[in-house]
Ligand binder design. Structure first.
Ligand SMILES: Cc1ncc(COP(=O)(O)O)c(C=O)c1O
Length: 380
């Protein structure tokens, strides 16, 4: 991984004196991750780094990102309200569907929505007398052997080659100021090359274009530094070509979520039961994998056990669901009742999409900064 934050020394040296369970965000990791991404994309002219708020809505975390110069991508009125409250700027938006309330709030905030479908355009263009809009486009990549990158088979985006789209646009006098895509994972430089060549090819169909938003999905890409470098070079080259065609600079928005925060979050939890069953130690924690980590694949990075002997462990969550398992097999010093442990990565898509089986609340959230634990506010 070309972004691999170091576990803070204080977490390695001693057990945190906060209540369990808790999500701990490491401030230094957030800063170094953001600086690394910013430094990488800096070669692209007129580029803007935003954070996809769907990955984390914690106001205190968003304030850190805002102070580091990030903008935001919002997909709901709730995300928009939080972004405005925090003062994060600029804000971009695409959503599978817009409610009237959400759209009106976007208009009041002078934000152009990037519509995801023709039927949503049909619903709103006349109603609000829209003449300048953004659209999310479907990129016709045939990626039949990939289950992480979604091209032409994606359920999102408008097919700009369809007769319906062409006829709709012929009918209306709409200025398309923004085009937006998000393909799941932009997993390597060859996918990015294909996508960018397509965008360059079609760009002259959007004579009023001001913004190209290339979405997020950079986590796989960042497993290989050479691919990272190649990819941003390709984006740069294509944007230069597009700018040349327009004879002006188009803004490029990049809006990752997972990559920005995932690795900076640690789940602190304590063992509630520890039994040797079927040749394995089953430990159950005070929080649930089912509730918290269905989009994260946690690894155990530290435990505060004083045991000496190691055993094979299964680390389970505290719901009645049989498959509520954080880690199914881990050889580790014996974890006993009340031992604390830390798992990562939980900084993105954990708190923001947690389930609440058995009514369990979210873990408290803390920011670890200068060896101090700062309460990261109540999660709303
Ligand atoms: C439109 C859009 N932008 C950005 C993202 C962020 O993706 P990731 O967290 O993988 O970077 C998503 C994720 O679903 C998305 O739908």
């Amino acid at each position: 991984m070309s972004i691999h934050p170091k576990i803070p020394k204080i977490l390695l040296e001693r057990e945190p004196s906060i209540s369990s369970p808790a999500i701990i965000y490491d401030y230094n990791s957030i800063v170094s991750t953001v600086l690394k991404i910013k430094n990488d994309i800096d070669i692209i002219p007129n580029v803007e780094l935003c954070f996809a708020i769907k990955a984390n809505r914690n106001r205190n975390i968003l304030k850190i990102l805002s102070d580091l110069g990030l903008g935001a991508d919002v997909a709901s009125i709730h995300e928009l309200n939080i972004a405005k409250e925090v003062g994060i700027n600029p804000i971009y938006s695409t959503s599978p569907v817009y409610s009237e309330e959400f759209l009106e709030e976007l208009f009041r905030s002078d934000i152009t929505p990037d519509f995801n479908s023709l039927s949503q355009l049909g619903k709103y263009v006349n109603k609000y007398n829209l003449n300048e809009i953004g659209i999310r486009i479907k990129v016709p990549l045939n990626l039949s052997n990939s289950d992480i990158t979604y091209g032409e088979k994606s359920r999102f985006g408008i097919d700009i080659d369809s007769t319906d789209y062409i006829e709709y646009m012929r009918d209306k006098n709409l200025k398309i100021k923004q085009i937006h895509f998000h393909l799941g994972e932009l997993q390597n430089s060859s996918v990015i090359k294909n996508v960018m060549e397509y965008i360059t090819l079609i760009s002259n169909r959007f004579q009023d274009l001001e913004v190209i938003n290339i979405g997020g999905g950079l986590t796989y890409l960042y497993s290989d530094e050479t691919e990272v470098k190649k990819s941003w070079e390709t984006v740069k080259e294509n944007i230069l070509l597009i700018n040349k065609g327009f004879n002006r600079e188009i803004k490029v928005v990049i809006e990752p979520g997972m990559l920005v925060l995932a690795m900076s979050g640690y789940l602190y939890s304590k063992v509630q039961s520890s039994d040797f069953v079927n040749n394995k130690r089953i430990v159950t924690l005070d929080c649930s994998a089912w509730n918290l980590t269905h989009w994260a694949y946690p690894v155990l990075v530290q435990s505060y056990s004083d045991s000496i002997n190691a055993e094979e462990h299964t680390i389970a969550g505290n719901t009645c669901y049989e498959n509520d398992i954080f880690i199914s097999s881990e050889n580790h010093r014996i974890l006993k009742i009340n031992d604390g442990l830390l798992m990562t990565p939980v900084g993105a898509y954990v708190a923001s999409m947690a389930r609440s089986m058995h009514g369990y609340p979210l873990p408290n959230e803390w920011i670890l900064k200068d060896d101090n634990f700062i309460k990261a506010g109540d999660y709303l």
